[in-house]
Design a protein around this ligand. Structure first.
Ligand code: FES
Length: 77
């Protein structure tokens, strides 16, 4: 099994690479035709949600998410 990597693109989509499955809200898998990398829309303007279709380039979508450390998760009680 290969590692899965998710890249947060500057002003663009999430790029997923590696070994992954994308499920809809009813746990049905999207057919990805053998792709090992795909872009998921982050701007919510794609005509092919949840996948990026490049529309973010024409809508002025701006979002930078530099890497940072999160706080530890709250204990479950
Ligand atoms: S991020 Fe590319 S169309 Fe939304």
């Amino acid at each position: 099994m290969s590692q899965t990597t998710i890249r947060v693109r500057k002003n663009g989509p999430f790029r997923i690479e590696g070994d992954f499955t994308i499920l809809d809200a009813d746990d049905r898998p999207f057919g990805l035709a053998g792709r090992t990398s795909i872009a998921l829309c982050r701007c919510n303007q794609s005509a092919n949600v949840p996948f990026c279709d490049g529309t973010h380039k024409t809508t002025g979508f701006l979002s930078e998410c530099p890497a940072r450390d999160l706080l530890p998760p709250a204990p479950k009680g």
